[in-house]
Design a protein around this ligand. Structure first.
Ligand code: AMP
Length: 203
């Protein structure tokens, strides 16, 4: 059972690394941003509610986001553990997650913090905007999302640091290198994939 969270500023490569970790540990990667985007694409009620907020780079209200995560974590595939990506992003969400997990006697095992240079991140995101056509990846929105991250999300790291959960990873370098650093740091804490089959699936 492995319960992880990956945090870092927009463009740090969270999604890419989350996919790796998910394979390695055979746990679902739950990315609130991806869930919101899928809802927008499918024109669901939720999608209609959040589309303008996301395009502006603002945070979706905590109540909506918390509800979404609560129902996702109740699904069967999360019983073996999970990796959260992009949630919690506010202290309110952190408190909600704490309550949700502790109600079942659970807690996070580690928080992976990706460290990147802010300028490097802007150029990465502009490249992604070009490649993936993400409507919230204009330079102005990118800078806005970064400032929101610094103001609202960075303080969460202090909370998790006080709990001794934070693993800091230098996220510059190629994908494989960064993935290796993450796996190594998790292993140092005794967090390892529990079957050799899942480990080889990522090679
Ligand atoms: P991401 O793909 O993680 O960069 O998320 C894209 C956008 O989805 C963010 O800029 C927010 O508008 C919204 N979003 C994703 N996760 C959250 C969250 N935990 N709380 C509020 N808004 C979120």
């Amino acid at each position: 059972m492995t319960r992880l969270l990956i945090v870092g500023p927009p463009g740090a490569g969270k999604g890419t690394q989350a996919a790796r970790i998910s394979l390695l540990f055979d746990i679902p990667a739950i990315a609130t941003g991806d869930i919101f985007r899928a809802n927008i694409k499918n024109k669901t009620e939720l999608g209609k509610k959040v589309s303008a907020i996301i395009d502006a780079g603002d945070f979706v209200p905590d109540s909506l986001t918390n509800e979404l995560v609560a129902s996702r974590l109740k699904e069967d595939d999360c019983q073996r553990g999970f990796l959260l990506d992009g949630y919690p992003r506010t202290l309110d969400q952190l408190a909600f997650l704490d309550a949700m997990l502790s109600a079942e006697g659970k807690s996070l095992d580690a928080v992976i913090q990706l460290i990147v240079d802010p300028d490097e991140v802007v150029s990465r995101l502009l490249k992604r905007a070009h490649e993936e056509g993400r409507s919230d990846d204009t330079e102005e929105t990118i800078r806005y999302r970064q400032s929101l991250y610094q103001r609202e999300t960075a303080p969460l790291i202090d909370v998790y640091k006080q709990r001794g959960l934070v693993i800091q990873i230098d996220a510059l370098g190629d994908v494989e290198e960064v993935a290796g650093r993450i796996a190594e740091s998790l292993a140092e804490r005794g967090i390892v994939a529990n079957t050799s089959d899942t480990a080889t699936a990522t090679n």
